[in-house]
Design a protein around this ligand. Structure first.
Ligand SMILES: NC(=O)c1ccc[n+]([C@@H]2O[C@H](COP(=O)([O-])OP(=O)(O)OC[C@H]3O[C@@H](n4cnc5c(N)ncnc54)[C@H](O)[C@@H]3O)[C@@H](O)[C@H]2O)c1
Length: 212
């Protein structure tokens, strides 16, 4: 089943919101409440959730636990994805310090860098290896996903080396460069500046009453 990217983003938001509901002991939630908390129309929430089968009753709301388990089962197969990060500079370290990485669904098991001051050290509790050891470590650890936070100039080379020597399935790339990856690898680019440009564009559009 092909799910549009904005839908996937909303589903992730629903899961996060339901996590908060579970933590606070809330048992039932309505599409209106979910929508209000996330700034999404209740009709959109109902549409998204009905897409995966009827899991709520009209007028009664959704059982938080059931909906949470249901949405999670769409996203995370019952395994912990092993991730390696390549390039542990300012951005890499900031990401490693981000609480969301403490998850049952994925675990960063190895870091790689070329900086002798980082190699052999633990950063946020994770061992940093020499990038030259990448092939060996990726295979030993069973890494399937890479996060690329190297300078743009180094990204393609590390990706080529990793994908040609280990069974990598997906790459989350932060380096501002158009990476070429083998067909079996899913590449996802994250660029905060593109997001910011988009935001500024829409602010301008709104200020002009919808006209460019
Ligand atoms: N996508 C975004 O929104 C976003 C935001 C900020 C930065 N960036 C990009 O993320 C990347 C990292 O930014 P930063 O500020 O952390 O830079 P940084 O210079 O602080 O860190 C880069 C790290 O990569 C290491 N490195 C260099 N060459 C390497 C190689 N061949 N193999 C392994 N490691 C290597 C360096 O030693 C360093 O630790 C850059 O490409 C930057 O443009 C993206």
């Amino acid at each position: 089943m092909r799910i549009a990217e904005p839908t996937v983003e909303r589903l992730v938001q629903y899961i996060r919101f339901l996590e908060r509901c579970r933590e606070s002991g809330k048992r039932v939630v309505s599409s209106q409440e979910i929508g209000d908390a996330l700034g999404i129309k209740a009709s959109q929430v109902r549409k998204d959730l009905s897409y995966f089968g009827e899991i709520g009753k009209r007028g009664v709301g959704y059982n938080v636990e059931k909906l949470y388990q249901h949405l999670n089962s769409i996203f995370a197969p019952p395994k912990t994805w092993k991730i390696a990060m390549i390039g542990v500079g300012n951005l890499g370290e900031a990401l490693l310090g981000y609480k969301a990485f403490e998850s049952e669904k994925f675990r960063i098991v190895a870091l790689f860098d070329i900086d002798p001051n980082k190699i052999g050290r633990k950063i946020h509790g994770i061992h940093c290896y020499d990038v030259e050891e990448m092939s060996k470590v990726l295979n030993e650890e069973g890494v399937e996903v890479l996060i690329i936070t190297t300078p743009a100039s180094a990204a393609q080379d590390v990706v080529d080396r990793a994908t040609s020597s280990a069974p990598i399935k997906g790459i989350l790339n932060f380096a501002p460069t158009a990476l070429v990856v083998p067909e079996h690898v899913i590449l996802y680019n994250v660029d905060i500046f593109i997001e910011l440009e988009k935001l500024l564009f829409y602010i301008k559009l709104k200020e002009r009453g919808g006209n460019i």
